[in-house]
Design a protein around this ligand. Structure first.
Ligand code: NDP
Length: 312
């Protein structure tokens, strides 16, 4: 069986950037897309904050272009999902991966870029209006609601950070926290409570998102009194956490308490030699396309250096 120099798992900005760098370094990478080719950016509309696109670009187009760029240098892109891995634990060892389609792969290096998935509440009205005013990324989509009234759900650091971000752009932000307190750090909580145009509602959950094609409002419910209230909004941001896509690696790679892969220092090295992680799967702080792309580049360079070390 052929032994690949580099196998890349995942097809978001991290995976494709790793592929571009690995292909240009003659590592002949093979990239498995997973079941959501293109990753999270394929679920957003306009991407306005990726450098180099002065007019912005829609997420799916950007991902097709990244794929084309990776293929131009010889990356082989395969549409399938890796469903099991057996990592070698010694330097120079051969890592194995098995696809859902039944292929067994052997590789000297593996770059994991399987990303993270935003959590949603799961309400039918929320799901129906995803892309029509319901978003899980304020930094990506907040700008589209400039001067308008929006709401955000969640009480963690992400929700607090995104609420204050939105408050700078939007006329008013209603923040729904389901308990009588926020989980966010005290400093972040102070920022929220000191921002005059954030209307903070404790013990409050969404009963229904209103609107047919686009978000027009929200029916909120106080989970103590059962009282409901309708507000008019044009955008709803869900900030109740992300789940890194790491089930596949449980028991083999070091993860933090939330399941994110742990990398060493400023590198993309995991605890196993020849296995590298880039993008949101190892980053719960920044989670941007451009930071994911940056770490994808780092992972390819780390893989190339590792191969030089073991091959001499
Ligand atoms: P968290 O898991 O910390 O917080 C999730 C929030 O969403 C909680 O307030 C939780 O409520 C709420 N929530 C969960 N499910 C529901 C639901 N079904 N309905 C309503 N509310 C719900 O996620 P974050 O994304 O905020 O943060 C993840 C990690 O990243 C944390 O460790 C955080 O500290 C870190 N982070 C750090 C930042 C920074 O330092 N600048 C910025 C962003 C994130 P409840 O409390 O009731 O469970």
């Amino acid at each position: 069986m052929d032994v690949l120099k580099t196998l890349i798992i995942g097809s978001g900005p991290a995976g494709y950037t790793a592929a571009i760098y690995a292909a240009r370094a003659d590592l002949n990478p093979v990239l498995y897309t997973g079941m959501e080719p293109g990753g999270q950016l394929t679920t957003t509309t306009e991407v306005d904050n990726f450098p180099g696109y002065p007019e912005g670009i829609d997420g799916p187009t950007m991902m097709v272009q990244l794929q084309q760029q990776a293929e131009r240098f010889g990356t082989e892109v395969r549409i399938d999902r890796i469903e099991r891995v057996e990592f070698a634990s010694t330097s120079g060892g051969i890592h194995k991966a098995f696809t859902a389609g039944g292929t067994e792969l052997h590789a000297k290096t593996i770059i994991i870029s399987t990303g993270a998935t935003a959590k949603y509440l799961g309400l039918p009205s929320e799901q129906r209006l995803r892309g029509g005013g319901v978003s899980a990324c304020a930094v990506c989509d907040g700008f589209f609601y400039k001067g308008q009234e929006v709401a955000i759900v969640g009480g963690g650091d992400t929700a607090a950070e995104e609420a204050t971000y939105l408050a700078k752009i939007c006329a008013k932000v209603t923040m729904l926290v389901r308990k009588d307190q926020m989980r966010a750090s005290k400093a972040m909580q102070h920022r929220v409570t000191n921002t005059p145009n954030i209307d903070l509602r404790y013990h409050t959950e969404i009963d229904e998102v209103l609107g047919d094609q686009v978000v027009e409002g929200l029916r909120m419910k106080n989970n103590q009194t059962g009282e409901t209230e309708e507000i008019m909004i044009t955008g709803l941001f869900i900030a109740i956490g992300h789940k890194p896509n790491t089930e596949l690696f449980e028991g083999q790679l070091d993860m933090d308490e939330a399941g994110y892969l742990v990398t060493q220092g400023k590198t993309t090295k995991t605890n196993l030699p020849g296995v590298f992680a880039s993008g949101d799967v190892q980053d719960k702080e920044y989670r941007q396309a451009v930071t994911a792309a940056g770490t994808g580049c780092m992972a390819a360079l780390d893989a190339e250096r590792y191969l030089q070390e073991i091959e001499g």
